[in-house]
Design a protein around this ligand. Structure first.
Ligand code: SF4
Length: 199
């Protein structure tokens, strides 16, 4: 049990991409003595129904624990302009900058000096690129990015989100990532089929 009272804790704007990815980073930051406010700033998520589903999943969990969630809804144009014509990994690096930039600017306007993200719990994300992007956009906004790598907690996040019956998405967020994930699943199916012994 952490000995900090709420007033002693350092406020922190925690960028969250979805409910399942929130679970472990949020608890880890609490255990470190931070007081995280969740900021949902994800103009990359398409289509709109998917965006709403991820936000509602996150809100529902946060409400159950009395955690505050702030949504920054810019519409998709900002994200689209920043990533136009880019392929992975450059597209993802620009995507990190947009999302963490929005959170950093919000934190600065709210008088919160620290920013972190749940993104690094996913082994499918580039933790080093997230740290670089976070540090750069936080500095530009006059706040500080708290670098954390939560990949070793991914298995726990997966288990907990399944136990809670949370919606778990099958692609990162943008439409291109949906196509890429589908192509990767198809390639894995093909590879499994090719390995099967023939009669
Ligand atoms: S794959 Fe994910 S991180 Fe990369 S651009 Fe798309 S939504 Fe952003």
């Amino acid at each position: 049990m952490c000995a900090h009272t709420r007033n002693e804790r350092s406020r922190l704007a925690l960028h969250a991409c979805c409910g399942p990815c929130l679970l472990e980073p949020f608890d880890a930051l609490l255990a470190e003595g931070y007081d995280p406010i969740i900021v949902f700033a994800n103009p990359n998520i398409e289509p709109k129904g998917e965006y709403v589903l991820r936000l509602e999943t996150l809100r529902s969990y946060a409400d159950s624990r009395g955690i505050r969630v702030v949504e920054i809804d810019t519409g998709e144009e900002l994200w689209r302009a920043a990533t136009s014509g880019l392929e992975r990994p450059a597209r993802c690096h620009a995507c990190y900058r947009v999302r963490l930039g929005l959170v950093s600017e919000w934190a600065a306007s709210a008088g919160i000096e620290l920013v972190a993200t749940t993104l690094s719990v996913s082994p499918y994300q580039d933790a080093a690129a997230i740290a670089r992007a976070g540090a750069a956009v936080a500095e530009a906004a006059g706040v500080r990015f708290l670098e954390r790598d939560y990949r070793d907690r991914y298995a726990d996040a997966t288990r907990r989100s399944r136990d809670l019956g949370m919606y778990r998405q099958s692609y990162c967020g943008c439409l291109a990532s949906g196509d890429e994930a589908a192509a990767e699943r198809a390639a894995r199916r093909q590879a499994r089929k090719a390995r099967r012994p023939r009669d």
